[in-house]
Design a protein around this ligand. Structure first.
Ligand code: FJE
Ligand code: FE
Length: 351
């Protein structure tokens, strides 16, 4: 009896200590109430047998003609800030100027060299998508799932009711990538956790008129990704050669943004000034985007779009739920090891 109570208190103590880096991150619960009325939409995810179809939004006959191009409505430069333990991030979505962009909660361009990283921490209620740009990261979770993703690989993690994991650089020197957090709808927040991992060689690629695309989620140039997006999402890694022009349809009611990785590009209006790397660009309404590379070097950017959930968002660090009561429950479940956090009690990563 004595032993049990000691081990539990040590385990809670270590978990209070280890993730202390989580404390300064979005610690105040924030509430976002949708300004638009939730629409009633027929989602194919209501029909489980069609789940795979829901994963890829088909653009129908629209293979590129944009009638009403989306314009840039917001732009911000992401500056380096400390995050995790000794790691750095350039945060765009998730900072005060851009709290969230429904269904997206956070976008970090992260970098870490050992021993820095993101040690043991929990997640509930959303998905994390990690896309490596340089080097490799090893992740390890409390259910025994362990793997390393290399440059060009993607890990699509659906935390659902609960994951506790560590994410650490896998080699010497600086390891870099993008991490996107996608909210889950209220009906999906407590689903079983799930991973979808794509190695670089398995990521669908396409090319058209000097525009090269790696399709992480969704469809472009008639090709599509096998990733299942529970919250309908598109995620592309575009490289545009100098002089090239891109038109890509994005469903009208979706939110979308671009994050420039390298080079500079003209977005929305051909006459506007070019925008450089580490800027996040939010697009307004329209049926697609238009981009020009009028510089003399390649332009690389991530393009992300998603169907808004139009639900209240309550975030407390790594827990994202719909109500305060659910946030309280998530914290209680994590500290007491219940409702999906059972294995959190005695687990510690070995990195
Ligand atoms: C987290 C603080 C954090 N951005 N980019 C608080 F740092 C994290 C966290 C990350 C993270 C991890 C990677 Cl691999 C890349 C990141 C934040 O792990 F989840 C909370 N809650
Ligand atoms: Fe994480």
């Amino acid at each position: 009896m004595m032993n049990i109570s000691i081990s539990i208190s040590i385990s809670i103590y270590t978990r209070l200590l280890l993730p202390s880096f989580l404390n300064h991150f979005n610690f105040k619960p924030t509430t976002t109430i949708p300004t638009t009325k939730p629409r009633i939409q027929i989602k194919s995810s209501f029909f489980p047998q069609f789940n795979l179809m829901a994963s890829s939004t088909t653009m129908g006959e629209n293979h590129g003609e944009i009638k009403n191009p989306r314009q840039v409505v917001k732009m911000l430069l992401s500056e380096l800030q400390d995050e995790g333990v000794g790691a750095k991030v350039r945060r765009s979505i998730g900072r005060p100027e851009l709290r969230s962009l429904d269904p997206f909660l956070l976008l970090d361009e992260f970098q870490a060299s050992p021993p820095a990283g993101f040690p043991d921490h929990p997640h509930r209620g959303f998905e994390t998508v990690t896309y490596m740009l340089e080097g490799a990261f090893t992740h390890q979770d409390f259910a025994g799932h362990k793997g390393t993703i290399q440059a060009g690989d993607v890990q699509w993690m659906t935390a659902g009711r609960g994951i506790v994991h560590s994410e650490m650089p896998a080699g010497p020197g600086v390891q870099k990538g993008l991490q996107l957090w996608i909210n889950l709808s209220s009906k999906d927040k407590m689903i079983e956790p799930r991973y979808q991992e794509l190695q670089s060689k398995d990521i669908t690629e396409a090319e058209k008129d000097g525009v090269f695309v790696r399709i992480i989620a969704g469809e472009a140039f008639g090709a599509r990704s096998p990733v299942y997006t529970r919250t309908p999402t598109l995620y592309m890694d575009f490289t545009m050669q100098p002089g090239s022009h891109l038109q890509l349809p994005i469903p009208e009611n979706w939110n979308s943004f671009a994050y420039i990785i390298d080079g500079e590009g003209i977005f929305g209006n051909e006459k506007s000034a070019p925008i450089k790397s580490h800027h996040c660009i939010v697009f307004g309404s329209g049926d697609g985007i238009e981009v020009w590379n009028k510089s003399d070097t390649a332009l690389r950017f991530a393009l992300v779009g998603g169907q808004p959930l139009n639900e209240p968002v309550l975030q407390h660090g790594p827990f994202v739920m719909n109500t305060r009561a659910e946030i309280r429950q998530a914290m209680e479940d994590y500290y007491t090891g219940r409702n999906g956090f059972e294995r959190a009690q005695h687990w510690q990563s070995d990195q």
